[in-house]
Design a protein around this ligand. Structure first.
Ligand SMILES: CC(C)(COP(=O)(O)OP(=O)(O)OC[C@H]1O[C@@H](n2cnc3c(N)ncnc32)[C@H](O)[C@@H]1OP(=O)(O)O)[C@@H](O)C(=O)NCCC(=O)NCCS
Length: 172
């Protein structure tokens, strides 16, 4: 259950270090993302530039979830930036480990879908998710996302372990 004091708002440049810390933590968990820790070396400055670029693009947005002034999760919608794909975009999201399964992800997803519905350019919201990521898949399906395909053995975890990339979409 979501706490009453949770706030969802648009991110700002000053959030860069806190957003980056969550990203580093989730990368370090090693279970849900393509990028592994050795490949992840973003600076706060770079993260700040990334946030500003998103804020300047009316087809993109980045929202954060705050509890008592602490950022506990975030969600981003990124546009491919080409005319024939300009009605689409992809989602990425993460919630701090200690705050998962309390409905924060659902709230972030609801808010970004509301934003997408109000955006006259956006028609299709897409995402890719590890086939092993049961919590994320449950969340996406619960919010009306449909599987449109699967990249088989897209991720190689070790010599004999692979994970499919499940591609999902929702029209808004
Ligand atoms: C995926 C993530 C963003 C979801 O955020 P969250 O705040 O935990 O999500 P919520 O609590 O709103 O919803 C989780 C849902 O998954 C369900 N769930 C939890 N564990 C599950 C499991 N093992 N199998 C199936 N469903 C599960 C919950 O019951 C809940 O569904 P409900 O609302 O119908 O009860 C978060 O878990 C996370 O940051 N994970 C690591 C990063 C990541 O995987 N990002 C997405 C990459 S595609």
């Amino acid at each position: 259950m979501v706490k009453d004091d949770i706030m969802i708002r648009t991110a700002k440049r000053e959030d860069a270090s806190r957003i980056l810390r969550i990203q580093e933590e989730v990368v370090a968990e090693g279970d849900f993302l393509t990028t592994v820790s050795e490949e992840f070396n973003k600076t706060v400055e770079q993260q700040g530039d990334w946030i500003e670029k998103i804020l300047q693009n009316d087809k993109e947005t980045l929202l954060v979830a705050e509890i008592q002034n602490e950022i506990v999760g975030w969600i981003v919608f990124l546009s491919p930036g080409r005319s024939r794909l300009s009605h689409t975009g992809s989602l990425g999201m993460m919630v701090r480990k200690d705050f998962r399964n309390r409905g924060i992800g659902k709230l972030l997803l609801q808010r970004i879908l509301e934003w997408a519905e109000l955006n006259p350019c956006i028609e299709k919201v897409s995402l890719g998710v590890f086939s092993t990521n049961k919590r994320a898949i449950a969340l996406y399906k619960g919010m009306g996302f449909i599987e449109e395909g699967r990249k088989i053995k897209e991720f190689k975890i070790n010599d004999n372990e692979y994970i499919d990339d499940i591609l999902m979409y929702k029209f808004v």
